[in-house]
Design a binder for this molecule. Structure first.
Ligand code: SF4
Ligand code: SF4
Ligand code: SF4
Length: 249
């Protein structure tokens, strides 16, 4: 069987998800290479391609109208488009700027008006082109990435359970952060990561985004009443990774 041609593309991002892929580990990475021919991957090789590809993996947000043509070209050449990482799937942490007007001057000072900094709202890649599959997380969940890729290579439909981080946390019998006087957003966060953060003793910050129909009001109430967060902090707490998902986006 011929190998699937795959390419990795990056848009507005820290490229942490690409780096995460290079951290897959020799055994898994070499195992994937038995089935994949990587034809473009800026973090690991200098070659580029304009040929048709089987799977395009896209990292980063859609933040410039001028990127639309490049995205459309990728879509036209790719059988399957997979976005990976919060930036690409939801706009991720980049979408924080959608709610600020003074971030350029605060971050870049005298260089704030440099033409390369000109950009629009940070949006998911799906705002520009059709996306077939999403691998969430900041950084991306490698386990889920391998799961989805292996299913695609075998012509099977990946099954992604619609469950919260809380459900996964309870399955591994982690002591809840709330019993430690901490906060956590696992009850409204999209699962699939296996709840590693609470298991390591830190709160879930919903880096994979919110569950569909997440009850934001209940989250604010819990953060205030159970974790003792001030009202404003409780109200803005979930915005870090979910700025494009909240009802007040
Ligand atoms: S999702 Fe997070 S780690 Fe991945 S590119 Fe975006 S900011 Fe970086
Ligand atoms: S630690 Fe967080 S994710 Fe785990 S059960 Fe408690 S609220 Fe849910
Ligand atoms: S536990 Fe929460 S913050 Fe940690 S990886 Fe999962 S979704 Fe992200």
């Amino acid at each position: 069987m011929s190998k699937a041609k795959v390419a990795f593309f990056d848009f507005a991002s820290c490229e942490g998800c690409q780096i995460e892929l290079t951290n897959l580990g020799e055994e898994v990475f070499l195992g994937l290479l038995d089935h994949l021919e990587i034809v473009e991957f800026r973090e690991a090789m200098s070659e580029k391609t304009t040929d048709p590809i089987d799977i395009a993996f896209i990292e980063g947000s859609f933040t410039r109208e001028s990127d639309r043509a490049r995205l459309q070209s990728i879509r036209a050449r790719a059988n399957t488009v997979v976005t990976y990482g919060a930036c690409a799937c939801t706009g991720g942490i980049n979408a924080l700027k959608n709610h600020q007007s003074d971030y350029l001057i605060n971050v870049y000072g005298k260089d704030a008006m440099s033409p390369q900094l000109d950009s629009q709202k940070a949006l998911p890649i799906s705002a520009a082109i059709k996306v077939d599959y999403q691998v969430h997380g900041c950084p991306v969940s490698m386990k889920e990435f391998v799961y989805i890729v292996s299913h695609l290579l075998h012509g099977k439909e990946p099954v992604i359970l619609d469950q919260s981080v809380c459900a996964e946390c309870k399955k591994r019998e982690t002591v809840c952060r709330y019993t430690q006087g901490d906060h956590c957003m696992g009850m409204v966060a999209r699962g699939g990561c296996g709840a590693p953060c609470p298991a390591d003793g830190v709160p879930c910050e919903a880096c994979r985004g919110l569950m569909p129909d997440a009850n934001e009001k209940a989250l604010v109430k819990v953060l205030q009443e159970k974790a003792g967060l001030a009202k404003e902090w409780a109200e803005t707490k979930s915005r870090m990774y979910t700025a494009n998902l909240r009802s007040d986006k």
